[in-house]
Design a protein around this ligand. Structure first.
Ligand SMILES: CCCCCCCC(=O)SCCNC(=O)CCNC(=O)[C@H](O)C(C)(C)COP(=O)(O)OP(=O)(O)OC[C@H]1O[C@@H](n2cnc3c(N)ncnc32)[C@H](O)[C@@H]1OP(=O)(O)O
Length: 227
């Protein structure tokens, strides 16, 4: 039987070797809600096939819209654990964030594509569990804070807890998509759930990790966090 899976090279290239061009290239302006953290994809950067697959599986028949895809603005967050320290050839490649909002502009879901290199290993040839948890935490944070901003709120919430269930190993080198959505809201408490999706050899997607988390909107924002 013919394997429906995407060849590894098409999953990873060119994202693994992507280097920043945002300083040199004039990129389209992104909507205000996203602007603090994200920038537009350069014109030459295609949407990762795995991201497109995850989106079409999550919402069959709904067109994938390039203008809903962003990358993280490194200029504003030069010390970010995932977007700076953990980046590199054979480590994390560059993420692509895809936000979905409802008719009122309120963010309902985020999908975050990550190229995963061999240096992220836990068990031989598989991703470290702490790395997967970090990717999920990042997606949950991106979802929660962008959703809050899209509702006219602060967008300054932090993780109070993160629960991860490891359902299957995550192969390296490879790629994953973290999907995050709302569970419920109780005052300042935002409960989020999601999964880390990888592609099986038969081409279908499977959740190698499932997670839920509580984010708490800070009363006085990040500036109030004490050392
Ligand atoms: C720039 C982009 C950043 C994006 C963030 C990305 C994700 C991250 O990695 S954040 C970093 C990791 N997280 C942290 O460092 C947070 C550290 N913890 C804290 O600062 C505080 O404990 C904090 C803010 C979570 C809660 O403190 P505070 O604002 O004083 O609220 P507090 O009154 O204690 O709790 C609020 C509610 O949450 C509940 N709650 C707080 N923590 C928990 C928990 N671990 N489990 C269950 N419930 C909890 C409380 O019971 C309370 O509930 P209720 O209102 O029903 O009584």
């Amino acid at each position: 039987m013919r394997c429906a899976c995407l060849p590894l090279e098409s999953l990873l290239a060119p994202w693994m070797s992507l280097r920043r061009t945002e300083e040199a290239e004039s990129l389209p302006e992104v909507p205000e809600v996203y602007r603090a953290r994200y920038s537009a994809l350069p014109a030459a950067q295609p949407l990762p096939p795995l991201l497109v697959l995850a989106l079409s599986q999550a919402s069959p028949g709904v067109p994938v819209r390039r203008e809903q895809a962003f990358r993280r603005s490194r200029t504003n967050f030069p010390n970010h654990f995932l977007h700076s320290a953990s980046q590199g050839q054979d480590a994390l490649g560059e993420a692509v964030y895809y936000f979905e909002a409802d008719g009122e502009g309120v963010v309902q879901r985020v999908f975050v594509f990550w190229p995963l290199g061999v240096l992220l290993e836990g068990p031989p040839n598989f991703c470290h569990g702490g790395c997967g948890a970090s990717l999920l935490d990042d997606a949950f944070g991106a979802f929660t804070n962008t959703r809050l901003r899209s509702m006219g709120l602060s967008g300054q919430a932090v993780t109070a807890y993160l629960h991860v269930d490891y359902k299957a190993p995550t192969p390296l080198p490879g790629a994953a998509v973290c999907a995050a959505t709302l569970d419920r809201v109780e005052g300042r408490k935002v409960f989020v759930r999601g999964e880390l999706l990888v592609q099986k050899p038969d081409g279908t997607l499977q959740a190698s990790m499932e997670a839920n988390a509580l984010f708490v909107e800070l009363k006085e924002g990040f500036a109030s966090m004490k050392k």
